[in-house]
Design a binder for this molecule. Structure first.
Ligand SMILES: CSC[C@H]1O[C@H](OP(=O)(O)O)[C@H](O)[C@@H]1O
Ligand SMILES: Nc1ncnc2[nH]cnc12
Length: 295
């Protein structure tokens, strides 16, 4: 029986109905960072605890630019999750990444604009390392799980996050390929940044729904195509999560990401904004508790 793992899952397009947890309970968790996308569904698969949030809300109401990424991660942290898995629809920028395939990414490029990208700010400055934004341990386990669920899984790749909501122009798509991006989506940033600030190992299982607009012989991306492939893949994503529960090692050995904030805080305790410190009770409580001086 796995002890110590509590997997947070943020389910994207096609997964608003959840991941089929046992003993599932919907709970409303409040966050000082605003409204999360919806309730947290907590439950288990076998012996492993899971907590789930639908990224775009019930019935897919929230566009990528309006998702409250901070609140979603804050409420999952409050529920005690130890690791965070994103399930996402993605477009392919490479011939070999065919619709229907899955990928565990290892790198990210951020082209989003104007999204709240940090829990920290004036009154409490923090700089975490983001060189390796994905947790290799969790990504490896997730890839193995998706393979056990019957998927063709690519073990690495670079995800470029665009603001959307429109899909890319052909020129943009060609440019992203030249930059070295392999897949494209609208949500992994700032999610991965925030997961690191919250000291949560993060992995993304991407489900390829389309070739983006770089293939000259093809029409551009259509949402209907994306939704149809996503619908067909949602059950396989759920099966991958079930396999993950089955193959997690019994004990969760600590990850260096659990301590990402150890050397990240720049603001002297006496200069910290007490209101911001209070908001960060879940995300950064581990390093903040007891650090503030009275004055
Ligand atoms: C429905 S196509 C575009 C939409 O799908 C992906 O969302 P998610 O990552 O939440 O599965 C993509 O990033 C766009 O937001
Ligand atoms: N081609 C694409 N571009 C951006 N986000 C996507 N999500 C699924 N397919 C996509």
């Amino acid at each position: 029986m796995a002890q110590g793992w509590h997997i947070g899952v943020i389910g994207g397009s096609g997964l608003a109905d959840g991941i089929g947890l046992e003993d599932a309970q919907d709970i409303t968790v409040r966050s000082p960072f605003g409204e999360p996308s919806g309730p947290v569904t907590t439950g288990r698969i076998g012996a492993v605890r899971f907590s789930f949030v639908a990224r775009h809300g019930a019935g897919h109401r929230i566009p990528p630019s309006a998702v409250n990424y901070r609140a979603n991660i804050d409420v999952l942290k409050r529920c005690g999750v130890t690791d965070l898995l994103s399930l996402s629809a993605i477009g392919s920028l490479r011939e070999e990444l065919a619709p229907g395939h899955m990928i565990t990414i290892d790198q990210l490029i951020d082209r989003t604009e104007g999204r709240a990208r940090s829990f920290f700010g004036p009154g409490l400055v923090a700089h975490v390392s983001l060189a390796d934004p994905v947790c290799p341990r969790l990504a490896g386990l997730v890839g193995e799980a998706a393979r056990a669920a019957g998927a063709t899984v690519h073990p690495r790749g670079c995800y470029i996050a665009i603001e959307g909501p429109q899909f890319s122009t052909r020129a943009e798509s060609a440019m992203y390929r030249a930059w070295g991006a392999d897949v494209i989506g609208m949500t992994a940033m700032p999610e991965a940044r925030l997961a690191r600030e919250a000291e949560l190992p993060y992995a993304l299982l991407g489900m390829v729904t389309d070739y983006d607009a770089w293939r000259e012989s093809e029409a551009g991306v259509e949402a209907a195509e994306v939704f149809a492939v996503m619908k067909a893949n949602a059950d396989r994503a759920r099966a991958a999560v079930r396999q993950l529960a089955a193959l997690l090692p019994a004990d969760r050995v600590a990850s260096p990401i659990d301590r990402a904030l150890d050397h990240a805080l720049a603001t002297a305790p006496s200069a910290q904004d007490p209101a911001l410190v209070a908001r960060l009770d879940a995300v950064a409580g581990r390093v903040l508790r007891g650090t503030r001086s009275a004055g």
